[in-house]
Design a binder for this molecule. Sequence first.
Ligand SMILES: *Cc1c(COP(=O)(O)O)cnc(C)c1O
Length: 457
Amino acid sequence: MAENKIPYKIYLDESEIPSKWYNLRADMKNKPAPLLNPGTHQPMTAAELEGVFCSELVAQELDNESRYIDIPEEIQNFYKMYRPAPLVRAYYLEKALGTPAKIYYKFEGNNTSGSHKLNSAIAQAYYAKKQGLKGVTTETGAGQWGTALSMACSYFDLDCKVYMVKVSYEQKPFRREVMRTYGASVTPSPSATTQVGQKILAEHPGTTGSLGCAISEAVEAAVTNEGYRYVLGSVLNQVLLHQSIIGLEAKAAMDKYGIKPDIIIGCAGGGSNLGGLIAPFMGEKLRGEADYRIIAVEPKSCPSFTRGVYAYDFADTGMVCPLAKMYTLGSDFIPAPNHAGGLRYHGMSPVLSQLYADGLMEATSVAQTEVFAAAEMFARVEGTLPAPESSHAIRAAIDEALKCKETGEEKTILFGLTGTGYFDMLAYEKYHDKKMTDYVPTDEELAVYRAKLPKID
Ligand SMILES: *Cc1c(COP(=O)(O)O)cnc(C)c1O
């Protein structure tokens, strides 16, 4: 390794942290479909959206034209606490695989929340504060987004109400306590504190909740509490915009050494880390300046891209959110209870959905036992304990590197290592005890949820 000119970690200087986010939509010929009002099926206006979301974030959500958007100085200052994030050359993984491929990963787990979600949480909290709001509401599943938002709200002295999927609230007390440490209030969802929660509890007594339920409750809490707005950690255009910092930094680091990736890989839940990682590269691809193979990786148990349909669907179970056109499994879809690897949202970012529909990126799905095998190998050779979500990307990167081993091609692979897995040890335990199984939904099961998609003409 000594004679190799590429260091193990490529760090940018603090002064090289991007000062603008890149808005990929500006370069898309086919823009992502607009959000629709669930009652009228007409595109949501800014005024309608501002009842739920912060005004500046609504402007960003609807802005398909501005290529760059300035990152306010306060957000840049916060970014300096944990950015720039390193770009790592996975020399040890390459060696363990015996591949001629060159593997790089962008590591976003270097902050207390443990994932990339803080990049957007701090932006959303900033705009809420600037608008003079008292606080924000949100949902969280396993807790990464809630943790990131709690940190961001505490920095700007905003109240933060988190609706946490009940099963996680009960089984993952540690994330809950991190959120409370940062001053957030955490309510298990469904709860009796909202009308939609009461309705869901009456219809499904004993339910352990779902992301879709928690979103409905958080939205209701925002619109019924004076001085509150709702914020979301993925899927939305604004979130992909904030996450473009991942790709901008990765590209700047690669450019320093004249490295050009052939393949870019990211895990895809709602699409925010992948959308952020690929942003500047996809921009070049859209403008015809360069070409890259881009691969989204999702769980076989929640296969929105690979087995979903591209259609307008509800974002939440209570059907209070705007309709989004996206690759979806249907808003009632919940992955099987044995699914432990995250990435469990039924839909996908409208931006990525449009790019996928236009053939500009690929998608693949992987089984969770293969994912944990990749996670464990990665932890052992590269040192970092990866989040199960991130490990979907590791799995795909390893598989591509092994293909290079067969063909002898020296491809350059870049993947997103979105976070660390310290709070996911119950899932690792299942894997180690060989209690983890792979459940793949049947076509018949998926058809049941698909039949319930709203009819939009
Ligand atoms: C939330 C999360 C994801 C998935 O969300 P995206 O919006 O698809 O990026 C991936 N990795 C980690 C560590 C997460 O916390």
